[in-house]
Ligand binder design. Structure first.
Ligand SMILES: C[S@@+](CC[C@H](N)C(=O)[O-])C[C@H]1O[C@@H](n2cnc3c(N)ncnc32)[C@H](O)[C@@H]1O
Length: 219
């Protein structure tokens, strides 16, 4: 069994991005404003090819109701929302009024104001307060890494059969396999990756998209 995956040089990555459906003017403007307003924190935003992938995935599974944990300035939420079926809803969880105020402006610019519901509170509280039962077709987890297992445990039971959970940063910039790395973020990701793999309710694949994107299919 071959074990190699293609190493992406910056040039090859640029090529890959240039041969994927590009972000539109709203997303480009949002990315530029995020960089200008948040500086180094802008690195938390998903990349353009991941955004396109998430829009297509939402469309492919016919998602109508979705939840996002970690909205920041709104890039990934716009990508997800654009893939939802007409009348779809995206519940956005974050703790930052400052960052999500940027998201709100761009939701309006993208004509998605009615699609989004923002809850400003620790995401675990928001998720625990949701009713039981299948509420969502699709979820995206991209917040504090130490919280991933808690988010997963609240979200998976609320995903319909055939629905998908996407989880970001599951390679931790390669640090997941660095035995000298003991930060709580990286250990949080390692623990999460083990936890999700052992969960019989899903089949999953860890994709080398962005900083590692786990795609879990609810059986
Ligand atoms: C990596 S960023 C999200 C990036 C976003 N998905 C995007 O692509 O633009 C992580 C976000 O999680 C939020 N966050 C951190 N801890 C949180 C918590 N306990 N509950 C909810 N949100 C949290 C932060 O405020 C930040 O906006």
């Amino acid at each position: 069994m071959t074990r190699r995956s293609e190493q992406l040089s910056p040039e090859l990555h640029d090529y890959l991005v240039s041969r994927s459906t590009p972000p539109d003017a709203v997303l480009r403007e949002l990315a530029a404003e995020t960089l200008e307003r948040t500086g180094a924190s802008a690195g938390m935003q998903i990349g353009p090819e991941q955004g396109t992938f998430m829009t297509l995935l939402a469309r492919m599974i016919g998602a109508r109701n979705a939840v996002e944990v970690g909205t920041f300035t709104g890039y990934s939420s716009i990508c997800l929302a654009r893939g939802l079926a007409p009348g779809g809803r995206l519940l956005c969880c974050d703790v930052s009024e400052e960052w999500t105020s940027i998201a709100r402006r761009y939701w309006a610019k993208a004509g998605l104001g009615d699609t989004m519901e923002l809850r400003l509170a620790p995401a675990l509280e928001t998720l625990r307060a949701l009713p039981d039962g299948t509420l969502f077709d699709l979820a995206f987890i991209d917040a504090d890494k130490e919280g991933y297992i808690g988010y997963w445990d609240e979200i998976v039971p609320r995903i319909r059969q055939g629905g998908v959970v996407l989880v970001d940063n599951t390679l931790s910039h390669g640090r997941v396999i660095d035995e000298t790395e003991h930060s709580s973020q990286v250990q949080g990701i390692r623990d999460f990756n083990d936890h999700a793999l052992a969960d019989d309710r899903v089949d999953l694949v860890l994709l080398p998209v962005g900083d590692g994107l786990t795609l879990a299919y609810k059986k």
